[in-house]
Design a protein around this ligand. Structure first.
Ligand SMILES: *[C@@H]1O[C@H](CO)[C@@H](O)[C@H](O)[C@H]1NC(C)=O
Length: 377
């Protein structure tokens, strides 16, 4: 009844104006409160029982850490995306459909992921390895760290999944223990692999995983088409992965349109999770890893394999030698803090045995490290 009286009033601008303003403010406030609460629930990582999930919670289902994420997240995100869609004009919707069609059917997972990012600007540096800040101390700590596995994996595929793999240049060990999810995802045919590398000629690993039923996405800026499907489940995308998105002003130029952060690519393809990320980025790995950690994209990855290059500091890594090694060490420590554990380390003896431009410490210029996210389900 009150509403009936108010409505004509707001149209005519009579003495009720202050009340109308109040009403508008109230509506705004309620909306902001709802958004804030929504963000709080997702940001704090606490499962807030929704009315509909009440029975399950009451049923006393044991929640493993992280297990609620899948179920509860999905529902909340879907709601969120729906409301986003409603806000779009038909034109925008059409545009999005077109963009999705460019993915040619490979990447049409219902939108699920769009989380508020609490971006940090720097990783936390670990304290110096010793009082003198010498390169010897830093290198000793770092090399010991990357050489010692932190968790054992019973089912490491030493050879790649395809049988003709004796001659592979680099080995890519993945952990197929049941407790880490990847093997289960593979059994269900639901595994998603991202492979990032510059001019990787040897695609045996990717082909093997695609044959095993995984959805494999390779990112290679040199291919001719925006998307190429090589075989069932094996995709190539004309994108080069970087640790920052290009400035919008230059992004309009064709060349830059293909440079993206991994988080941006995942959003574009509406991929919420990657079961396995393989990275061989010729010294860009440090900054890319840093970006994944700072933007929390790392939480969406189940296993992580990458080659580190130690013959020079790497792209945009600066400072004197001991600072560089301290930074490398701190970056890997961040992974460990994110519940990743090193389960395989391989010293690449077929690469120059050089450490920061010197033949020292019996170190190689290249190691392949395999990590598993122990919270992954
Ligand atoms: C140097 O590294 C190689 C390969 O890891 C190892 O077999 C060898 O024992 C090491 N040499 C010394 C002096 O530590």
């Amino acid at each position: 009844m009150q509403w009936k009286r108010l409505k004509p009033c707001c149209g005519c601008g009579c003495g009720w104006v202050p009340l109308c303003v109040l009403l508008v403010l109230l509506v705004l406030w309620v909306q902001m409160w709802a958004v804030w609460r929504w963000q709080l629930v997702r940001g704090s990582g606490k499962a807030e029982p929704e009315p509909r999930t009440g029975t399950r919670a009451a049923g006393g289902e044991a929640r493993e850490p992280g297990s609620w994420k899948k179920a509860d997240f999905g529902r909340k995100q879907v709601t969120y995306v729906r409301s986003l869609k409603r806000d779009r004009t038909p034109q925008q919707q059409q545009q999005q459909q077109q963009e999705e069609q460019e993915g040619e059917g490979c990447c049409h997972i219902p939108p699920q992921h769009s989380k508020p990012k609490f971006v940090r600007w720097h990783i936390d540096l670990q304290s110096w390895a010793g009082p003198t800040h010498s390169l010897e101390e830093e290198a000793a700590r770092f090399l010991a760290y990357i050489s010692n596995t932190q968790i054992s994996c019973a089912n490491v595929n030493e050879k790649d999944l395809s049988s003709d793999q004796e001659l592979t240049m680099e080995r890519w060990p993945i952990c197929l223990d049941d407790r880490f999810g990847l093997s289960r995802q593979m059994l269900r045919g639901r595994c998603r692999i991202y492979s990032l590398g510059l001019e990787i000629e040897d695609k045996h690993f990717e082909e093997g995983l695609a044959k095993a039923g995984c959805e494999v996405h390779c990112f290679d800026p040199s291919i001719k088409e925006p998307h190429i499907q090589q075989s069932n489940g094996l995709w190539h995308h004309r994108v080069s992965v970087d640790w920052r998105d290009p400035n919008p002003a230059i992004a309009a130029q064709k060349h830059y349109r293909t440079i993206k952060k991994l988080g941006t690519i995942m959003n574009d393809y509406q991929h919420q999770k990657i079961d396995l990320l393989k990275l061989d980025m010729e010294s860009a790995e440090w900054k890319i890893l840093e970006n994944l950690i700072l933007e929390n994209v790392i939480d969406q990855i189940g296993q992580l394999m990458f080659v580190i290059h130690l013959h020079w500091p790497g792209f945009e890594v600066g400072g004197d030698d001991s600072s560089v090694v301290r930074y490398w060490y701190s970056l890997l420590k961040e992974l460990e803090l994110k519940n990743f554990k090193l389960f395989h380390s391989h010293k690449n003896l077929n690469k120059p045995q050089i450490f920061l431009q010197k033949r020292v410490f019996n170190a190689s210029s290249s190691y392949t490290l395999s990590w598993v996210n122990t919270l992954w389900r």
